[in-house]
Design a binder for this molecule. Structure first.
Ligand code: CO8
Length: 260
């Protein structure tokens, strides 16, 4: 996979995708959004990749938002189209079927915060800053920030953050549930790697159903979501991995999951 704006690296079952526009703090322009879609589709179809890490190049920024040079010349038609295109790519990341860990190595602002929220898990460096500053540009979030932020941290906090455009430090983001963990900046990638390797040993189909049940279930009435969970539970009992996991427990050995 060769890209102009991304670096893609594979180590064992973990693929790392690095957004690589450090001169503009990894701002997302249209070609980068297209490349993100292509890289994620390839990773989705590669059964040997079990976990994805998404990060930004350099030590200052994860993604400092959509590229403001492109935003400045949007028209009503192109603005809507670009917002919808980005939303589809972020939906793809959210529903990739394998865990995507955002390694937030600095600014995650606007589209960068929205990208991190589309990931399955978020680990932030203690130097990271997160926020939705669109209002200060006379804009609103366009990559589903109004929706994902309120679902993650609650409507009141989302309203506050998006209306003020405040940038919050990593520890506050952890306190309100916007990120899962905060680690010292120098240890970010090694900690993310440890988490990724742990997840890479888990049963892939079970992980896929867990992500699906939590994300899709959140949009359903409770009883319907529980029915959905039960259906996926039934399905997962048909996997070789379920037989492997349960028999390994009984035999007091470590399971070896094959994703079948
Ligand atoms: N777009 C384009 N260029 C950027 C961006 C960006 N989002 N962010 C930073 N840059 C550029 C700067 O212009 C600067 O370029 P140059 O060196 O040529 O002057 C370079 O990156 C370094 O940035 P700074 O000098 O500003 O670095 P600082 O350390 O002083 O400040 C900040 C860092 C605080 C992150 C600051 O750069 C900043 O505020 N950036 C903008 C953050 C922002 O407002 N992001 C939200 C954008 S809106 C958005 O994301 C909407 C998403 C939905 C879109 C849907 C339709 C397409």
């Amino acid at each position: 996979m060769a890209f102009d704006n991304l670096l893609v690296d594979r180590q064992g079952a973990v693929a790392t995708v690095t957004i690589n526009r450090p001169k503009v703090l990894n701002a997302l322009n249209s070609p980068t959004i297209d490349e993100l879609a292509r890289s994620m589709l390839e990773i989705q179809n590669d059964a040997d990749v079990r976990v994805v890490v998404l990060t930004g190049a350099g030590d200052k920024s994860f993604v400092a938002g959509a590229d403001i040079n492109e935003l400045a010349v949007q028209t009503p038609t192109s603005g809507r189209m670009h917002a919808m295109t980005g939303q589809r790519v972020f939906d793809l990341i959210e529903a990739l079927g394998k865990p995507v860990i955002a390694a937030i190595n600095g600014y995650a602002l606007g589209g960068g915060c929205e990208l991190a929220m589309a990931c399955t898990l978020r680990v932030a460096a203690d130097t990271a800053r997160l926020g939705q500053p669109e209002v200060s540009l006379g804009l609103i979030p366009g990559y589903a920030g109004t929706q994902r932020l309120s679902r993650l941290v609650g409507r009141g906090r989302a309203m506050d953050l998006i209306l003020t455009g405040a940038q919050i430090p990593a520890d506050e983001a952890e306190r309100i549930g916007l990120v899962n963990r905060v680690v010292p900046a120098g240890e970010l990638m090694s900690e993310v790697r440890k988490l990724a390797e742990r997840l890479a040993l888990a049963a892939p189909i079970a992980m896929r159903y867990i992500i699906d049940a939590i994300n899709r279930g959140a949009e359903m009435p409770f009883a319907e979501a529980c029915q959905y969970e039960a259906t996926l539970f039934g399905l997962v009992t048909s996997t070789d991995d379920m037989r492997e996991g349960t028999s390994a427990f009984i035999a007091k050995r470590k399971p070896e999951f094959k994703g079948r």
